[in-house]
Write a protein that binds this ligand. Structure first.
Ligand code: ADP
Length: 410
């Protein structure tokens, strides 16, 4: 079975075509600058198992529909493509950012599902419209094939009410659905399922998964179910990120708006695009640069590095308390998978919780980077600490496969 995984983001379209029988990606690509300033400068990077090197194509893509048309043309292309007819694509899996409280797991998409997703547009105004257009375009351009929605929020739907309710007036939850939802659910689910296997399916396993990338979130998982997560109504809450501030005193937001004369849209941009690493370190939002400057003794990089790692450590302590114990910590995402020094600093002084990192294993080698999983804790560490490379696309392909083939998730 060939499954196409589509991730229609705010200004990009990422895709992968999986051959599920061979368990391999046969083609993948990314369209960038879709719809940006009319989409005139958009381009596609494409790689398939028919070609040695990635190719780049410049083409106007005013909306995600043109991006999807180009993607399908490439997949079918005589020279670089991997299929002859679109009918060879058996199903399409879509990454959908928000499933509100309604969608608690991945679903087969029909008109009713689309209508429901359209109702949630306001909860993620930058992402839901392209997500939905991606679905509609695939339905139109690859007719008669099943489409499956995989929601970033779904895995977190098991959180208890006292964890997801904000202490705002209760009407805000009832009328406006203002509550904590959590994101990166597909990644947290994927790495936690691997971890549960690594713990030999220990019942009531207590796991903390740290997805640390440009966007970062951390989740507490008991017996395979989320009990708390750091992102909230939107992906802004929680940890300090590449360009996002994470949690701050809400009154500080109001104060800055007043003093800097910013309206809500401007403040939204301020907190999402100008804060976090870029706000403190100022040079850029790339953790690698922060790490290098930190090692060179740069003051601002040191502050940034310490802020990031301290906050994650705090969440681990807090979630260990929420879980009532801890069996494993998992690091994933660009930073979590690659930065040994970040992992070391985060776990420093957590010995009282039973966390002991093995500094001979927690190193940055090519083998450690690509291998999954890597156990980076010492043999006698009470809490096992893993680095596991995430694969959200594969998780989406697997959900799609199971729903299409067996009518339900595994
Ligand atoms: P996204 O959230 O966009 O999917 P990624 O998960 O790819 O992002 O993570 C990107 C982050 O990972 C960037 O801050 C980048 O600097 C960081 N990163 C990537 N490789 C390394 C590395 N070898 N060491 C430290 N940080 C790294």
């Amino acid at each position: 079975m060939d499954i196409l995984v589509v991730n229609a983001g705010s200004s990009s379209l990422k895709f992968q075509l999986y051959n599920m029988d061979k368990n391999e990606v046969i083609a993948k690509g990314i369209c960038e600058r879709v719809g940006v300033l009319g989409g005139d400068n958009a381009y596609l990077e494409f790689k398939s198992n028919k070609i040695e090197k990635e190719i780049e194509i410049n083409k106007a893509m005013p909306t995600h529909k043109e991006a999807i048309e180009l993607m399908l043309a490439m997949l079918k292309d005589e020279k670089v493509g991997v299929i002859k007819e679109l009918t060879e694509i058996d199903a399409i899996g879509h990454r959908i950012v928000h499933g509100e409280e309604f969608f608690k797991e991945s679903v087969l998409i029909d008109d009713e599902v689309i209508k429901k997703m359209e109702e949630f547009e306001q909860l993620a105004p930058l992402h839901m419209p392209p997500n939905i257009l991606g679905v509609k375009s695939c339905m139109e351009l690859i007719p008669g094939k099943p489409n499956v929605a995989v929601f970033d929020t779904a895995f977190h739907q098991t959180m208890p009410d006292y964890a997801f309710t904000y202490a705002l007036p209760y009407e805000d939850y009832k009328d406006l659905k203002v509550r904590k939802y959590g994101f990166h659910g597909t990644s947290h689910k994927y790495v936690s399922e691997e971890t549960i296997e690594l713990l030999n399916n220990k019942p009531n396993s207590k796991i903390i998964t740290c997805h640390l990338g440009n966007g970062s979130s951390i989740t507490a998982i008991k017996d395979g179910k989320v009990i708390d997560t750091s992102m909230g109504l939107t992906p802004l809450e929680g940890l300090m990120m590449g360009t996002r501030c994470g949690s701050v005193d809400p009154a500080a937001v109001l104060y800055v708006m007043e003093k800097r004369n910013l309206n809500t849209k401007e403040m939204d941009n301020y907190m999402n695009k100008k804060s976090g690493i870029i706000g403190i370190y100022e040079k850029n939002s790339d953790f690698r640069e922060v790490r290098n400057d930190y090692l060179a003794g740069d003051e601002r990089a040191t502050l940034t590095f310490n802020m990031i790692t301290y906050k994650i450590k705090q969440y681990i302590g807090s979630y260990a308390a929420s879980l009532g114990g801890l069996d494993a910590i998992v690091f994933t995402g660009g930073i979590g998978e690659n930065s040994a020094i970040a992992r070391e600093k985060i776990c420093e002084n957590l010995e009282f919780l039973g966390v002991n990192i093995d500094s001979k294993i927690n190193i940055e080698t090519e083998e450690n980077r690509t291998k999954k999983p890597v156990l980076i804790s010492t043999v006698d560490s009470k809490v096992k600490v893993f680095k596991i490379n995430t694969n959200e696309e594969l998780a989406i392909a697997k959900d799609t496969y199971n729903i299409v083939k067996f009518g339900k998730l595994a």
